[in-house]
Ligand binder design. Sequence first.
Ligand SMILES: O=P(O)(O)OC[C@H]1O[C@H](O)[C@H](O)[C@@H](O)[C@@H]1O
Length: 313
Amino acid sequence: MASAKPPVEHCKGINGLDKVVLREARGGSAEVYLYGGQVTSWKNIHGEEMLFVSSKAIFKPPKAIRGGIPICFPQFGSHGTLEQHGFARNKVWSIDTNPPPFPANSASNTFVDLILKPSDEDFKIWPHSYEFRLRVALAPGGDLMLTSRIRNTNTDGKPFSFTFAYHTYFSISDISEVRVEGLETLDYLDNLKEKERFTEQGDAITFESEVDKIYLSTPTKIAILDHEKKRTFVLRKDGLPDAVVWNPWDRKAKALADFGDDEYKHMLCVEAAAIEKPITLKPGEEWKGRQELSTVPSSYCSGQLDPQKVLQG
Ligand SMILES: O=P(O)(O)OC[C@H]1O[C@H](O)[C@H](O)[C@@H](O)[C@@H]1O
């Protein structure tokens, strides 16, 4: 008799890299690689994949995995002296066997706790001591929750500052069928125009060319509506005021070695982030940033797709 698969399973993934599979009772699942502390799969209770991972993704250090949810820390993008998006996505994280307690109301018992601490080598690149704890949890029903807790453990009395993003790649039917709600009328920095500041116009955001924008002071809830798939992603966030929206489009897609030429049509990055105002921690201080992803079927007929309800409910 086949035994039921465990809710939390440690196993080997592509190229023998360690990964953890989470499964909740109704059939939802997620996969997390210790390499990068990176979620690479999130499936709903029907077994449908919600995240995009490139068919050309290289699951091999030191290249970050192209897709899923890379963690950008301690630097987002090229906004600083470190490598693009910082080093957390290129490190092998460990299982945190004894994490400090979470609030009693964290609804899930299907989760894994990871931890990243600097090695002596890392210290030369970023001379700070820290503990980065990441909990990846599946709620009953399949919502995916990521909680990052970053603590300054410097013993030299020095504060440090960082920027951060959950660089989520959503899987979508077709980029021309998708719109993002919750960011209209906000200010953004345009990465395609030397980070110049603009104000978004119009009702909702749709896509017809390359986009790489950092929206500032965004609401805690953003919706990504996929008309063809009849599915809406709802991203809820806490501690992360900014939101990056990125699609490389055809020209940049061709320039990315680990990304298929046409794959830009089937992905959209919407990234809960803290970029404009870096987070500063004194020794002993801890910062917390949460992202929660859920889906709402658009065929659902109780008015849940009313943008006002999606965004305020
Ligand atoms: O190629 P990567 O280093 O993974 O970065 C991919 C993209 O990430 C973010 O969305 C940035 O805003 C983009 O400027 C960048 O191109």
